[in-house]
Design a protein. Structure first.
Length: 192
């Protein structure tokens, strides 16, 4: 008998989607998705939840296996045009990376960048967050996230409402940083 992993089940995708909505409502709040993933990665769990045949995505870092790409059934596109972009947060981003920032008539068309790092809630990269959904301020720590991603994110979002939203993941946790969130970042090597 064919067994379908839980992340491909509608009930599981609904639960993951609700947790993603919570993350976007309360930026910087770290939520575990472990109970929903089974043997699948958090990245595939999130993509299975947010992708369908009507949206495009990009995985130039090849973080998703070919078999999972087929199950996602969502067309791949260039980073410049894709609505969702998956990147390895350990890698320093290219300074000329172009992604869709939306248009003044349609700012909601800006891309969502999903960064996979090593760990959240610990590490030497310290983020101070303020903005909608954050009571006063929020401080989070990251490990295995190149700080240059946050420099680029701040550049992309400088002409609000244009910009990108971020979803950060490690092996089982997720947090969201919508473009409305103001981020100041510090780590031993540099100040952003």
């Amino acid at each position: 008998m064919l067994k379908i992993n839980s992340i491909w089940q509608p009930q599981t995708q609904q639960q993951i989607f609700r947790k993603l909505l919570h993350c976007f409502s309360f930026p910087g709040e770290i939520i575990s998705l472990k109970e929903h993933l089974g043997t699948d990665s958090i990245l595939v769990g999130i993509l299975a939840t947010i992708l369908d045949q009507s949206v495009t995505w990009n995985d130039d870092d090849n973080l998703v296996s070919q078999s999972d790409r087929l199950l996602l059934q969502s067309p791949l596109d260039s980073a410049k045009n894709a609505q969702y972009i998956v990147k390895n947060a350990l890698n320093t981003p290219s300074e000329n990376l172009e992604i869709n920032l939306g248009h003044l008539s349609n700012p909601e068309k800006g891309a969502t960048l999903i960064l996979r790092g090593e760990a959240m809630g610990k590490g030497n990269l310290k983020l101070h967050l303020t903005g909608p959904g954050i009571a006063n301020s929020n401080t989070i720590f990251l490990q295995g996230f190149d700080p240059n991603w946050l420099t680029l994110r701040n550049q992309w979002n400088r002409n609000f409402p244009l910009g990108v939203d971020l979803i950060l993941v490690d092996t089982e946790q997720v947090l969201a940083l919508p473009r409305t969130t103001i981020i100041s970042c510090s780590c031993p090597e540099q100040e952003i």
